[in-house]
Design a protein around this ligand. Structure first.
Ligand code: OOG
Ligand code: MG
Length: 272
């Protein structure tokens, strides 16, 4: 190893060790379904957004070491409804891993979460790598299929309250996601009506158009973020476009279903 390589290595090791305790705190909170104080109020007051993404990357590394593998990314705050509900107005992204997958029609237990919420989304399956400044048409040409989806978000922070830096470090509240059946992307998914219901009672009604005016814009943004992180979106990965409506708190015994015009439905139940 030559000197310049050693310096690079040392710098990376130093910044990793300084941020790792935050990553461990958030990873432990997720693993044990226990809430933790906001980093921005408990020792992480001066963390930058860049450091928050580094904490996110490190915490995901701990998950992967336990045997999970990466399956994609999720976008956050891509609709007004989500921005207004959480009081944050910048788009964010998070990393999805195999241990977050919930089967369509499957069941979850509230015991594994802190205070989970569900939100209706649309998801892309990629057929080729995508990264950088791409046009919507280029983004579309990388899409193998689209499906109705729901994300289960579960902030690790007390009372589901956070700053931008907090939520980014906490992997954008990523906790679970469920995808319905896949459709060729030749269906016009720019403005599909959707209903999120609990036990057959509508809770949220909206449209995919709420996602940046067209969900494809969320994939374009994901490609840009991926390039910045030097982590290109890979063939076979999923990209969750972001909640089209506000999220709803999950309750024991709920049968949660989301129906999306033209492309079908997706569901899971919460154990009583
Ligand atoms: C942050 C995650 C945002 C979305 O779809 O907008 C998100 C949160 O609301 O806890 O997943
Ligand atoms: Mg979401």
């Amino acid at each position: 190893m030559n000197m310049s390589n050693m310096q690079t290595f040392d710098t990376a090791a130093a910044s990793l060790s300084a941020l790792d305790p935050f990553a461990v705190t958030l990873d432990d909170a997720a693993r044990h379904a226990r809430s933790t104080p906001q980093l921005s109020l408990s020792g992480g007051e001066s963390l930058t957004l860049e450091e928050a993404y580094e904490i996110q990357r490190t915490a995901m590394g701990h998950r992967l070491k336990r045997g999970a593998h990466r399956v994609g990314v999720k976008m956050g705050f891509t609709s007004r409804a989500k921005m207004v509900q959480m009081g944050l107005h910048d788009m964010i992204w998070g990393r999805l891993s195999s241990d977050m997958v919930v089967e369509d029609g499957g069941s979850i237990s509230l015991a594994r979460y802190v205070h989970p919420r569900v939100e209706p989304e649309i998801v892309f399956l990629l057929r080729k790598e995508l990264a950088g400044n791409v046009t919507p048409l280029q983004a579309l040409s990388a899409v193998e299929a689209v499906a109705p989806a729901m994300e289960i978000i579960d902030s690790r922070y007390e009372n589901f309250k956070f700053s931008l830096v907090d939520v980014v470090a906490d992997n954008a509240s990523s906790s679970g996601f469920v995808t319905g059946s896949w459709h060729k992307p030749d269906v016009d998914f720019s403005n599909l009506g959707l209903v999120l219901s609990f036990n057959g009672q509508p809770r949220q009604i909206g449209s995919t158009a709420a996602i940046l005016g067209h969900p494809l814009r969320s994939l374009v943004a994901a490609a840009r973020f991926a390039a910045q992180a030097q982590e290109p979106l890979k063939a076979g990965w999923v990209v969750m476009a972001g909640g089209a409506t506000a999220a709803e708190a999950l309750v024991a015994g709920a049968y949660v279903e989301m129906e999306m015009q033209s492309i079908g439905r997706v569901a899971f139940s919460v154990a009583p």
